[in-house]
Ligand binder design. Structure first.
Ligand SMILES: Nc1ncnc2c1ncn2[C@@H]1O[C@H](COP(=O)(O)OP(=O)(O)OP(=O)(O)O)[C@@H](O)[C@H]1O
Ligand SMILES: O=P(O)(O)OC[C@H]1O[C@](O)(CO)[C@@H](O)[C@@H]1O
Ligand SMILES: [Mg+2]
Length: 529
């Protein structure tokens, strides 16, 4: 292990600072910029007027709110800055305005009415005119955590190449095997040459893991190795882990930028438009659905059942269904369903088979878990990260359908169950995900170089932004079944909604109220655009 530390420890600032400006330029900020930096012991500054301490919130006119991200200068005084080397880079200097305007922010809410309040904004991602690291001072590392996702290797590649080509950083440390790799594994030196071809492979060349997040050991390792930029690629759990690492780094007063890059095959990370690898996974799922369709239409009363990933969020199942047009029924965790009786799944299957002679059912792995636990042995097992292990709903539903029709002498069925779950996430990313991964990597690098820290990067209404960790980790993105996208699906499959209309009305009212109470809440954003 390389123990030569180039990190300086800076004393945390003991009193709240109210210097209010974009730290990447020397321009006074508006006087209403409220900031809640930590006390010297790392605890939030006491402020009874602030309901959520330790957040950087800048109010503006007409209900404008900037939910800003932390900056190294929030807790380290008098940091020197340097001109951004990009200004002399032949590739980038031809762009008329390559640097992001310091006041640029990205609106979370873009559907507005004449009198709407402007709502929440996030700091726009991109290169700044001045940076907080000199090229030869930068010691970055990359870690990948959680489950696999198409595009992980592309993000790794583009961080390494981007740091090298844009900021002259010669080598990056790869942390092996997820968070625990910081203290239990060796590191892998990553250069542009090493990573040149990795985007053509699925998986992550660094390896990944669940569990093993021991914050103090991770930050000790960061400090001991002299790492000063930490790029953390992972899902909701990983981003929670990144937030804790950031807090510990801030408490220790280290000049270390912590950047999260959201990764989730389930598309369950909120605020951002979509997660990388999602499109690739939906595309790959088409192959399984096609197979189910071909099998089912080739035989009398054929039923193809396809199980797709989606623990708590049914986005993959919903988009794969909408894309395919061969699916007759899509079942997701957000939309409870039932089997027996009028309006139930069995009745619908019978009707469909009579009309069409075959049918295809797509089921997300997290769907119907409440039905399974009623009749199967209750399993409270969790994985190493604490995620509840699910029972195989695809197998269960296949047996239930077979049993049901076996009891009905007049109708024999032919059911084929296809489980491509891991196949859709273990593949390399497609072309558009590759480009998306490149933008994510570049946005992450520019943010870290500009001294921003404690943020996740991602597109919000098509523009990349720096989003505070708490916004990413406070809830999960889910399919909203009262939203138009789910209605499109219902109209495409013709399946019953399985939902009591009274409940739909109540749910719509609840949605309206919560949107009214918090105008920034755009749960449905990713679905309706
Ligand atoms: N609340 C938390 N605090 C600190 N670390 C956490 C927390 N939740 C999860 N982690 C750590 O984050 C890592 C990844 O978490 P998890 O296995 O839940 O996957 P994920 O990032 O959510 O990805 P995905 O679910 O999309 O596969 C694990 O090493 C886990 O220990
Ligand atoms: O078997 P593993 O690797 O723990 O991951 C399975 C889970 O990971 C995901 O792909 C992402 O959270 C889920 O869809 C799935 O339930
Ligand atoms: Mg997760």
């Amino acid at each position: 292990m390389d123990t030569s530390s180039s990190i300086s420890r800076f004393a945390s600032v003991s009193a709240p600072k109210f210097r209010c400006f974009d730290p990447t330029i020397s321009k006074p900020a508006p006087a209403n910029h409220r900031r809640y930096p930590p006390m010297s012991n790392g605890a939030p500054a006491p402020d009874s007027s602030n309901p959520v301490p330790d957040r950087k919130v800048v109010p503006g006119e007409a209900g404008y709110v900037l939910e800003d991200v932390p900056h190294l200068s929030d807790y380290i005084p008098d940091l020197p800055t340097y001109p951004n080397p990009l200004q002399d880079n032949p590739s980038y200097s031809v762009v008329r305005q390559y640097f992001v305007n310091v006041d640029d922010t990205v609106a979370q809410k873009i559907v507005v009415q004449k009198d709407s309040s402007r709502g929440t904004h996030f700091r726009r991602a991109g290169p700044r005119q001045r940076v907080y690291f000199e090229s030869d001072e930068v010691h970055p590392c990359i870690v990948t955590c959680g489950g696999l996702c198409p595009g992980l290797n592309t993000v790794i590649r583009e961080i390494v190449c981007g740091l090298h080509h844009m900021y002259g950083v010669s080598s990056v440390l790869g942390i092996e095997g997820g968070y625990r790799g910081f203290y239990a594994r060796n590191t892998i030196p990553l250069t542009p040459k090493v990573v040149n071809d990795i985007h053509k492979r699925g998986g992550t060349i660094l390896g990944t893991s669940r569990g093993g997040h021991i914050t103090s050991k991770i930050v000790d390792s960061i400090e001991d190795r002299g790492i000063n930029q930490v790029y953390i690629i992972g899902g909701d759990g990983t981003q929670k882990g990144a937030a804790v690492i950031f807090e510990e780094i801030r408490k220790r007063g280290l000049k270390v930028a912590v950047v999260g890059i959201p990764k989730t095959i389930d598309n369950d990370i909120p605020v951002i438009d979509k997660s990388f690898g999602f499109d690739t996974a939906v595309e790959e799922a088409q192959r399984a659905i096609n197979a189910a369709h071909v099998e089912s239409e080739s035989i009398e009363n054929g039923i193809g059942v396809v199980k797709l990933m989606g623990r708590h969020s049914g986005f993959i199942a919903m988009y794969a269904t909408l894309a395919s047009r061969d699916v007759d029924c899509c079942l997701i965790p957000e939309s409870p369903f039932y089997l027996e009786g009028p309006g139930g799944l069995f009745e619908y299957i019978e009707k469909r088979l009579k009309e069409n002679g075959h049918m295809v059912i797509v089921i997300a792995e997290g769907a119907g878990q409440e039905l399974l636990s009623k009749i199967m042995r209750k399993m409270d097992e969790a994985d190493a990260s604490g995620n509840k292990l699910l029972q195989d709903v695809g197998l269960w539903i296949s047996h239930r359908i077979k049993d049901h029709f076996a009891k009905r002498q007049k109708m024999s069925i032919n059911l084929k169950y296809i489980d491509p779950t891991y196949m859709i996430r273990a593949i390399p990313s497609n072309a558009s995900d590759n480009v998306y991964c490149t933008l994510l990597a570049h946005s992450a690098i520019h943010g870290a170089m500009a001294g921003y820290t404690g943020f996740t990067v991602g597109p919000v209404n098509g523009r990349h932004a720096y989003i505070p960790f708490y916004r990413i980790t406070e809830r999960q993105n889910k399919v909203v079944i009262t939203d138009r996208m789910w209605a499109r699906l219902l109209s495409s499959t013709n399946q019953p909604s399985f939902v009591d209309p009274k409940l739909v009305v109540a749910e719509k009212e609840r949605e309206l109220q919560s949107n009214g109470a918090n105008e920034n809440n755009q749960v449905t954003m990713t679905q309706t655009k």
